[in-house]
Design a protein around this ligand. Structure first.
Ligand code: ATR
Length: 267
């Protein structure tokens, strides 16, 4: 049995053990996967212990994603672009780090929702950790335009500057035409707040995607739906980032459709 876990603080809320148990059963992989609570000031020590105990890998969640990128001995291109990682593999004395959040986002929008990003106008709201992981995977899809709008404009400009003219920045209030896809990567939904987008950011063909999810639609989804957009929450992204991590570790890609339906019915 190969050992894996998800490290965070807090960690009790994580659905990853349930998701990876389903993937393991489905693909016949002999793994264990548990929750690991790391002290906020001792992430590195926790990783050292896991490696010493023979763990093969780990997922990383709040608040350790940036630190995880820093302690890696090898970093994927998308992990480097994000400056934050959610997946570690312990192999041959190395700590390999990758960011599968953006790939999970793309898989859910393009494959599950059937909305290609190639040639589209894409607006991303937010410029924090969640947004950073998404930029390179979105650009790789070949959108016509990627614009970032953030409450603190300077943070969006710093993020865009990493991508050499391929990403534009604007203020919420400056948006004056509808986007094909609007991705909410802010944590505003947690505070029941909605970034102040003008209604004309949305049209009936717009897909409004919130990285957050809950039993009920988020306030952002309600706002977008009220302005005629199609909406989608972040549960599919959660399952797809896990599938991507599982594939990295085990070399086999699990199916996600049935699991997503089950998780949805239990929210
Ligand atoms: P995460 O890892 O979830 O991205 P983060 O790095 O703290 O968390 O980033 C939070 C993002 O949500 C930021 O873009 C933040 O905007 P600021 O850069 O201006 O702080 C955004 N955010 C949080 N609360 C918000 C709100 N009420 N309205 C609009 N944006 C908000």
């Amino acid at each position: 049995t190969d050992k894996y876990c998800v490290i965070g603080n807090p960690i009790a809320q994580s659905r990853s053990p349930q998701i990876h148990a389903v993937f393991a059963a489905q693909t016949g992989q002999d793994i264990s996967y548990e929750r690991c609570l790391a002290p906020v000031d001792d992430f590195a020590g926790t990783i050292g212990r896991l490696v010493a105990e023979g763990y093969k890998g780990a997922n990383v969640t709040v608040p350790f994603k940036i630190e995880a990128a820093q302690i890696a001995t090898r970093l994927s291109e998308r992990g480097r672009a994000a400056g934050a990682v959610n997946t570690l593999a312990f192999r041959d004395g190395e700590i390999y780090a990758d960011n599968t959040d953006g790939a999970g986002l793309i898989a859910d929008i393009v494959r599950n929702a059937g909305v290609p990003l190639a040639g589209k106008r894409v607006l991303m709201l937010g410029a924090g950790g969640a947004a950073r992981g998404a930029v390179l995977p979105i650009l790789t899809e070949g959108p016509r335009e990627l614009v970032i709008a953030n409450r603190t404009r300077a943070t969006a400009e710093a993020l865009a500057a990493q991508f050499e003219g391929r990403v534009a920045v604007c203020d919420f209030a400056d948006i004056d035409a509808p986007f094909d896809v609007i991705i909410n990567a802010t944590s505003a939904s947690l505070a029941a707040a909605v970034p102040p987008l003008p209604p004309l950011a949305f049209c009936p063909d717009t897909l409004a995607f919130d990285m957050m999810y809950a039993k009920d639609p988020t306030v952002f989804m309600e706002f977008a739906a009220a302005h005629g957009a199609k909406v989608r929450d972040g549960l599919g992204m959660l399952v797809e980032q896990a599938a991507e991590a599982f594939a990295l570790w085990r070399g086999v890609r699990p199916g996600t459709e049935q699991l997503l339906k089950e998780l949805r019915s239990k929210l």
